[in-house]
Design a protein around this ligand. Structure first.
Ligand SMILES: [Zn+2]
Length: 184
């Protein structure tokens, strides 16, 4: 079917996957990934669009003002990431400061055993990547989520970083995913 304006603009494609194929793909995703029934019910109210359901291409966007998730292709990691953004959209006004406070702590304390993946992400989100040049940054390199107060990417990044497996999150971080993930 013809691509939506967002698909054209962000992925530069003229055709996107037919809506019934996209619904079927997401129905499969709900079964594969540990989203709660509540989260799935909310996701079903969103516009969900995919470039293709036939290739595992990464990449996607969440448009909060439109209630729209777009995925370039059929990749669980990208879908988990963008759906986490969609969930956080409704939660963040009350909880964004608390999440960034927790990020600051996780990124500066010694990694807890069993949570090394989150610890590594937290370190990068807190301190940035000195070798990743960013001309728009005052330091000349990417300063990380904390300096940019980017709670949205922090929330979605942790979620896809552990592929929706809340057991890999320290308990105080896991709390933020209650309602979204069965395992939280
Ligand atoms: Zn993101």
């Amino acid at each position: 079917m013809p691509a939506s304006p967002e698909m054209r603009e962000y992925f530069g494609i003229d055709r996107m996957a037919p809506a019934p194929d996209v619904r079927a793909w997401f129905d499969g995703l709900w079964r594969r990934q540990p989203f709660t029934e509540e989260a799935i019910a909310y996701f079903r109210t969103l516009r969900l669009e995919m470039g293709t359901v036939a290739e595992p291409l990464g990449g996607g966007y969440w448009f909060g003002d439109r209630g729209l998730v777009v995925l370039r292709g059929a990749q669980d990691e990208a879908a988990v990431h963008e759906l986490a953004h969609a969930w956080w959209e409704r939660e963040r006004s009350a909880r964004q400061a608390a999440l960034l406070d927790l990020l600051r702590r996780l990124g500066n304390e010694a990694p807890a055993a069993g949570f090394e993946r989150v610890a590594e992400l937290a370190r990068v989100y807190c301190h940035g990547i000195p070798t990743q040049l960013d001309p728009s940054s005052p330091t000349g390199f990417w300063r990380g989520m904390l300096a940019e107060e980017n709670d949205h990417e922090t929330f979605a990044g942790f979620c896809s970083g552990v592929m929706a497996d809340a057991a890999q999150m320290p308990p105080d971080l896991r709390l933020f995913y209650r309602g979204l993930l069965e395992t939280a």
